[in-house]
Design a protein around this ligand. Structure first.
Ligand SMILES: *Cc1c(COP(=O)(O)O)cnc(C)c1O
Length: 397
């Protein structure tokens, strides 16, 4: 038997975290690392946040789980708060980002099928997108590395170039149901949608009665400096998938929709055993409480401005390593001239700094949204030391 008990689908590294303290992780060997990965943009409040821990403890002692067949005062409260904070009129809670995107896909199809347009099932998505790892969400992504071994894909998706409005327009046909797009591609390499592109997709949706579904699983929930990234564009979506930061580390996702877009999501149309259970709702409420009490959106904007200006000064020292700084808020990327994985490893193993690699040769910088100036100083010190000691190899370009 050579397969590991944990199914070996991840290239797991030697750092084995056993404890989290605010913006640091501590490994089982006692090593301490600055966490600018945040469980891939999940630990919005950092680790060991008192309010979040207390809320989960209290709810666990009161009622952990019950069926969605019963009334849900906990779910009603969190849904109402999200409706008050956003474009949405209604919310479906899930356990993950992929499930939130699945719900967005189902709502998009159901919108047309409920309206008597069974032909309109095709969703246009964009190259380098990441929407999750279920069969529908890998089918929604053009990335072949995620398809390998899992064919056939679910039909009904068409891929076009990101930030290419003409291509999006040309993709519309008699079967088109809507667009599914990340306002800022995360795993694809921190690629920010242009105003013209996102605004143009909205206009196309209005013109052709299509659903504009946004995948804000990574860029949403304060990460970009506004509660949702689309707010910065003045674009009102029909459907939004959220997750990652929404539970502050507790598994939770949500599909938000307008009343019109949710017209097909009627009784019996969708469901989830765990989705929106009382424990998850308590975590979700604690995250929103912290957002308000700690003015997290203002902190994201302030720390982002400081971090971006320091990074922009810094990368000039290493023109052979770094090409540019990308992103919004605390969803930042360094576009590299070298392969990102090796640099991520070097920063982690030799300098105690956690970052994440992304597509398009980027190193993702996604710290907790609660960092203060000292964490920026520590980050820049570690990054500088890491860049200075990085083995210089010919890059072939
Ligand atoms: C992480 C991510 C997902 C998938 O979320 P899971 O919780 O891993 O299922 C979907 N879309 C985007 C943009 C993501 O970043």
């Amino acid at each position: 038997m050579s397969i590991t008990p944990l199914m070996p689908v991840y290239p797991r590294c030697g750092f084995r975290p056993v404890r989290g303290e605010h913006c640091h992780l501590i490994g089982d060997d006692g090593r301490r690392a600055l966490d600018f990965a945040s469980g891939i943009a999940v630990n919005a409040l950092g680790h060991s946040h008192k309010g979040l821990i207390g809320a989960i403890q209290r709810q666990a002692e009161t009622l952990m789980h019950c069926s969605n067949l019963y009334g849900s005062p906990q779910g009603e409260r969190l849904a109402q708060r999200l409706v008050d904070l956003t474009f949405a009129d209604t919310v479906f809670f899930t356990n993950s980002g992929a499930e939130a995107v699945e719900c967005a896909i189902k709502a998009t199809r159901a919108y047309h099928q409920h309206g008597g347009n069974a032909d309109r099932f095709e969703i246009v998505t964009f190259n380098q997108a990441f929407h999750g790892r279920t069969l529908a969400t890998i089918s929604a992504s053009s990335q072949e590395k995620m398809h390998k071994g899992f064919l056939p894909l679910l039909p009904g998706f068409k891929y076009v170039e990101f930030n290419d409005l003409d291509a999006a327009r040309a993709a519309i046909g008699p079967n088109t149901a809507g667009f599914l797009v990340e306002p800022i591609q995360g795993e694809g390499g921190i690629r920010v949608a242009t105003q013209e592109f996102l605004g143009g997709l909205r206009a196309l949706c209005d013109e052709h009665d299509l659903i504009l579904a946004l995948d804000e699983v990574q860029c949403g929930y304060g990460r970009s400096g506004t509660f949702f990234a689309h707010e910065q564009y003045g674009v009102v979506p029909d459907v939004v998938a959220a997750a990652k930061g929404i539970g502050g580390g507790f598994p939770l996702g949500a599909c938000l929709a307008t009343e019109k877009a949710a017209r097909g999501m009627v009784i019996g149309a969708h469901g989830s055993t765990y989705g929106g259970n009382p424990l998850a709702m308590a975590a979700g409420e604690a995250v929103l409480d912290a957002f308000a009490a700690e003015d997290i959106l203002a902190n994201v904007r302030d720390k982002s401005a400081k971090l971006v200006s320091r990074l922009e000064q810094f990368i000039g020292n290493y023109p052979e390593l770094f090409e540019e700084v990308r992103g919004r808020g605390l969803l930042l990327g360094l576009k590299l001239k070298v392969e990102p994985r090796a640099l991520v490893e070097h920063l982690r193993d030799s300098h105690g700094l956690l970052t994440v690699s992304g597509g398009d040769n980027t190193l993702r910088i996604v710290p907790p949204l609660v960092i203060d100036d000292s964490h920026i100083d520590e980050f820049m010190d570690k990054l500088s030391a890491g860049a200075a000691s990085y083995p210089q190899e010919p890059t072939g370009k």
